[in-house]
Design a protein around this ligand. Structure first.
Ligand SMILES: [Zn+2]
Length: 242
């Protein structure tokens, strides 16, 4: 009886999530949000190319002397973003977080452009993603970082690994002040296996604010045997003062 009730709750949730996806896709129609042309893509090829041409991807590079990271001492080797959290990229990120599946592919393509020809990004040993909190995943039915990671992994022809998981419960970063963000995730992630020792990992997330989240994940990956972690995100955002 108990199992039936669990199964039925699960199927109701799956139905609800699917219905939500269908509805949101209606609200995010398949015409280009930049130029309005039809053709079934959220951003048409022409507009995607012009956005890609303006990408200035690097947030941090240990050896390249690039550092826009002010809040943390990064454990990762480098970090890149498809763009700033504004305009079309912001629209796509919000759409992705709100279940619009049509937003995932243009973001993944822009992230692959941001990866450039850097072997650390296009030839990693493993592709990992920042895990969601259980509550967020239950609420949304999916993890936006995982969706982006799966598409990027397919584009670069590399395996994806679910190597990271939450080691303990944490608060939602969006609810916290700067100092709260920096301590909330200490020791919050762990490797749950499936990571080759000495591997170079590409870590995927949707938004980079302080870098605290990807840094906590990177520390867990390095502690779990990774040799090097490089980070790619859809958007970088300045931290709003709280
Ligand atoms: Zn267009």
């Amino acid at each position: 009886m108990r199992y039936n009730s669990i199964a039925s709750k699960k199927s109701v949730r799956m139905f609800y999530n699917q219905a939500k996806h269908d509805l949101i896709d209606l609200l995010y129609p398949t015409y280009c949000v930049v130029c309005g042309s039809g053709g079934g893509h959220m951003v048409c090829g022409k507009c995607l190319s012009s956005i890609a041409a303006t990408v200035e991807p690097s947030i941090f590079h240990r050896k390249g002397g690039v550092s826009d990271v002010r809040w943390i001492e990064p454990s990762f080797e480098s970090a890149r973003a498809a763009g700033a959290y504004m305009g079309t990229i912001k629209h796509l990120v919000l759409g992705l977080k709100n279940s619009a599946s049509s937003c995932a592919e243009p973001l993944a393509l822009l992230m692959v452009v941001a990866a450039g020809n850097d072997p650390a990004y296009i030839s990693p040993d493993d592709v990992c993603f920042v895990p969601s909190t259980r509550e967020k995943k239950r609420e949304r039915g999916f993890n936006p970082a995982e969706i982006l990671a799966r598409r990027i992994a397919a584009h670069i022809g590399k395996p994806i690994s679910g190597a990271l998981c939450k080691a303990r419960k944490t608060r939602d970063q969006d609810e916290l002040s700067l100092s709260g963000r920096l301590t909330n995730l200490e020791g919050a992630f762990r490797v749950k296996g499936n990571l080759c020792p000495g591997s170079r990992v590409l870590l995927v997330d949707d938004v980079f604010t302080t870098g605290a989240t990807v840094d906590a994940c990177s520390r867990a990956l390095l502690a779990g045997g990774a040799r090097e972690v490089n980070v790619i995100v859809a958007a970088r955002t300045p931290l709003l003062s709280k």
